[in-house]
Design a protein around this ligand. Structure first.
Ligand SMILES: [Zn+2]
Ligand SMILES: [Zn+2]
Length: 96
């Protein structure tokens, strides 16, 4: 018996769930904005320097702010213009 795969969820997997926020993009005014748990392998917004430089750092010694989510652990961006809004203060009001 031949198995077939459906591609309905080609853009979705369990670790990549996006949410919509009612905030407006400060750059282009687009709404809603999108967010998801940071996929940059950070730990609640911070990266262990040891992962980048195991010679000069030991695990847990030094942390740097994640360049994707800016220390928030949540990536936020404008789906229209692509602006990274993780560190931008916006009234985030999740509705989806
Ligand atoms: Zn991050
Ligand atoms: Zn925008």
């Amino acid at each position: 018996m031949k198995s077939t795969r459906t591609l309905n969820f080609i853009n979705m997997d369990d670790s990549d769930i996006e949410h919509e926020y009612s905030g407006h993009c400060p750059k282009c005014g687009h709404s809603p904005l999108h967010s998801r748990d940071c996929t940059n392998w950070c730990d609640d917004g911070y990266m262990d320097e040891y992962d980048d430089d195991p010679i000069n750092f030991s695990p847990g010694q030094e942390f740097s702010k994640c360049p994707e989510c800016y220390g928030t652990g949540i990536e936020r961006w404008c789906p229209s213009c692509g602006e990274n809004l993780s560190d931008v203060k916006i009234e985030w009001d999740e509705y989806a």
